[in-house]
Design a protein around this ligand. Sequence first.
Ligand SMILES: Cc1ncc(COP(=O)(O)O)c(C=O)c1O
Length: 462
Amino acid sequence: MERWRTIIEPFRIKSVEPIRMTTVAERDDHLREAGFNLFNLHAADVLIDLLTDSGTGAMSAEQWAGIQRGDESYAGSPSWFRFLDAVTELFAFRHVIPTHQGRAAEKILFSVIGGPDKVIPSNTHFDTTRANIEFTGAEAVDLVIAEGRSPSVIHPFKGNMDTDALDTLIVERGAERVPVVFVTVTNNSGGGQPVSMANLRAVREVCDRYGLPLFLDACRFAENAWFIKQREDGYAERSVPDIVREMAGLADGMTMSGKKDALANIGGWLALNDDRWAEACRNMLILTEGFPTYGGLAGRDLEAMAAGLREVVQDDYLRYRVRSTAYLGEALVEAGVPVVQPIGGHAVYLDAAALLPHVPPLEYPGQALACALYREGGIRGCEIGTVMFGQHPDGTESPAPMELVRLAIPRRVYTQSHVDYVIEVIRWVAERAEQLRGMRIVEQPSALRHFTARFEPLAAAG
Ligand SMILES: Cc1ncc(COP(=O)(O)O)c(C=O)c1O
């Protein structure tokens, strides 16, 4: 047991970036100018930016040193070999293909193995994964366990895949139509919830039964490994790199966004064992990203990821990372604010439907709550509800399954006092939640409306 209860940030600050205080009146103006869409704000007008944990982390002195060391040779750069070593130390796949970010790895893989008639199951596909699968004409199917679909059910591995449902899908559709099975660790769209090693093993068994490859969407692999170490029998004494190697050993390949658990601001990769797929993917890489020893990246970006991969699997970092996210979530639970439970690795999800029961889904309670957090405290979160998922290609709309506001925590950026401030603002807003009104959309594109739609607050009733 640790002697002291306080878990401190395991770093000290060497370089600072000022954040600018603003008033409610200024933020009212910014909201109006942005059409009440937080994606339209100037980031300089945001005090605490929890829009995403992707690419928003702070790099270490070692990573900045790596950036200086970056070798920009077109082919065979030493930076590439340092990156390759760091990746294969954890993920011993035969082929590693660098890309500019995660979705480029997805695009390349699915243009090689997807296509009409194909079905690709996952616990839950992230939106870019789903979009890249569907772009090829294939179908993306989510098969997370039932607990993973309910915000308040406590389960240690809510990201697990329903392996019976996987088996049934393969039998019903035919194994020849399933080119690959995906598991997202941790399950971002399902609340940053982890997947257990036992579940990965069970998915592997189903794959083996039908001769199918298993790939990881490994964006938050280190956070997932930490949850396994904390929560799964038999793993407490195992090192995180060892747990990661065991996860990787169950898979045949991976897609990765280096903007998450490689602690970098840009980058990603695709790794796999199959020689024929790898050749086809490299050919596609050369068309769309670049030569196979740099992908869509500069040598210095490869260095940043190489150093980040060594730091992200350290116990001190992961203990702080997961605890500091839980610290925010637990304070909100204690204050009676409804959140998705248990708290995931990278974000806290406010349950806007439960907090604003008087705002119907088609008046966008998540958007109303996200705007209120910005207005009152300069905090930027992200609606994950009917604005994001309610629009259909035929122009109709229907309520999303959940109305959430995601507060994603950038890595190594904010301190405990920033988080205490966030808690104070959310409590204040939650205590006055019945005064919040819904929104209506005044302008929207035909797809992916959450990025650009413009809103207007609805007037108070009566
Ligand atoms: C689970 C998951 N997969 C894939 C991606 C796509 O990665 P990128 O943003 O680097 O394209 C993300 C990004 O948020 C993600 O969370």
